[in-house]
Design a protein around this ligand. Sequence first.
Ligand code: NAX
Length: 327
Amino acid sequence: MDMPMRVTVTGAAGQIAYCLLPFLARGDVFGTDQPIELVLLDIEEAQTSLRGVVMELEDGAYPLVSVIHCTSNVSEAFVDCDVAVLLGAFPRKLGMERRDLLLQNAAIFKEQGEAIHKYAKRSVRVLVVGNPANTNAAVLAHFASAIDKKQITALSRLDQNRATSFIANELKVSPSVVKNVFVWGNHSNTQYPDLFHAVTNRGPLPDWLRDENFLREKFIPIIQERGAAVIKARKLSSAMSAANAVADHLRDWFAGTQDVVNMVVCSDGSYGIRKGIFFSFPCYCYGNGTFEIVPHFPWDAFGDPYIQRTKQELYKEWDQAFATLLP
Ligand code: NAX
């Protein structure tokens, strides 16, 4: 057995954490030989509920979980942290503007970035899920300046999984044979789900799935609005599928993969996206928390206006967040 890995989960009393923690505890993410110490952070008001989650984890008698530690103290949460999964964020309330949500959450991710900078291992890997995830990751990366930006990612795998599954359903095949469906940009309804490079084990997609009217009227809006559709039906936001996507993202980042996967990562200028912006790109994962943006999947003329829109939205979010955070 390896040395225990210290995994911090924030928003640990929330609904995504409730679905995610069993994946982590069973070894479905970091491997069945990898013991873990779980550090669970949530706000003071959620501590009673968090204690209930801990009781259930204990009752699972998971052999890989050596320690479970609960806290509402941000500094304590990140001491010697190997992996941070940041689910905790301020929820959007009725009538709240997206800008207010952005600023409220920027303050949370500033504080957590500073704590990671001070207390986490230099090798820490961070996955931001709390919304607005791209900009929260950019804020965190700025304030965790001791940590290489390639060690900080955010989640767009749920969007990629939704798009892949949609195509598999249309073709009546398993999602596992559908490859290279990409979702670019912001994890918001400006994201651009892109089928230009998509293939199945039988070759390129049929023409009707590439038809511009089908893409514009059906595929793209359905994927962009899928989160809202789940809320409308369930009266709660996606949790099971979000936890599954978090597990997929982390497993691929740590174990590596043959497939190209979507991750929100810090732009190095690839595809003309401004450096420092956290943008969903197609990536190869090489294992042990390493990845590269794959450079050879350009979008076509049809996709360009969508990319411009999501890119501009992210530039605006960046300006709004940093205008208040930086002196
Ligand atoms: P919940 O509202 O069920 O749970 C959030 C938890 O975070 C609560 O327990 C709350 O007390 C805690 N929290 C709030 N402020 C905190 C802070 N400063 N420090 C630590 N914990 C804090 O939300 P849930 O459904 O679990 O979703 C979590 C986040 O994921 C939300 O921001 C949500 O918008 C976001 N999502 C992001 C997705 C993505 O693909 N990037 C998809 C799923 C999800 O919607």
